[in-house]
Design a protein around this ligand. Structure first.
Ligand code: HEM
Ligand code: HEM
Length: 201
């Protein structure tokens, strides 16, 4: 009897890894661009990169959530302890929530502060918030606090992925690997032997 393939479908994996790469570039850019003593040209380039990649991340998270809603992931392995299931559910939920909140807070901080968002401005998208220093300040606080939370969650998440891939070797890592290619997802075809000891599960 064929063992079900519990890997994420390729669009989910492609979205996961492209967003991971963009996020791992956006967070350091956001921190470095605020450092004192940075020359103006570098600072401007980092601001432009950070704001516009942030907008792209917002679009990608909407696509990803819509895709996930239509294609639910397969259940985790049966022998995974209950607390680890709960931790996975909560931390993934928190990552999704912060990936929605962060670009919105960034957008409000910039637009309420009266600054440009180059791609949206070039497309003629009007500001969705009024010009207000108080609003910009509030959004700045949310964005800075959220940035710390996202960074912490990402460290926790990568540690958990390494624990599954290197210690438990239970196939959870290969649910999300490789970033593209492979079969289209759960329930189809025979399983292949995967890098962290999983048989496609
Ligand atoms: C997932 C998306 C995003 C993440 C994870 C993120 C993360 C960060 C982080 C970590 C900082 C440094 C905060 C600090 O040290 O105070 C920052 C600053 C900043 N971000 Fe983002 N950001 C995102 C999206 C955006 C977007 C979409 C915009 C605007 C369109 C934006 C605009 C800014 C601005 C203007 C600052 C400087 C804030 C200040 O004035 O102190 N960010 N961001
Ligand atoms: C850096 C930004 C990252 C973010 C925001 C992120 C976010 C997420 C989210 C939200 C999920 C849950 C998918 C779902 O069920 O809908 C997930 C799954 C997963 N991520 Fe990440 N991820 C990141 C980076 C990484 C990295 C660097 C690794 C590996 C080293 C990794 C490995 C995994 C694995 C193995 C899963 C599947 C877990 C399962 O089967 O339930 N992620 N990621």
């Amino acid at each position: 009897m064929a063992i079900p393939d519990t890997r994420y479908r390729w669009p989910a994996r492609l979205l996961h890894w492209s967003m991971a790469a963009l996020l791992l570039a956006t967070i350091p850019a956001g921190i470095v661009m605020l450092q004192d003593g940075l020359d103006r040209t570098t600072q401007n380039a980092l601001f432009i990169f950070h704001k516009n990649v942030g907008v792209l991340l917002f679009i990608l998270i909407l696509v990803r959530l819509a895709y996930r809603w239509r294609h639910r992931p397969a259940p985790l392995p049966d022998d995974l302890p209950g607390w680890q299931r709960t931790a996975a559910r909560l931390s993934h939920g928190a990552l999704y929530a912060f990936l929605l909140v962060m670009p919105i807070a960034g957008y409000v901080r910039v637009k309420a502060g009266g600054f440009p968002i180059e791609t949206l401005d070039a497309l003629g998208v009007p500001s969705l918030v009024p010009r207000s220093d108080a609003l910009a300040e509030a959004a700045k606080t949310v964005h800075a606090t959220g940035g710390l939370a996202v960074a912490g969650l990402v460290v926790l998440h990568i540690s958990a992925a390494a624990y599954h891939g290197l210690v438990r070797r239970d196939g959870v890592f290969s649910r999300m690997w490789p970033p593209f290619g492979g079969r289209s997802g759960s329930g189809s075809g025979p399983p292949g032997l995967t890098s962290d000891g999983g048989s496609g599960s």
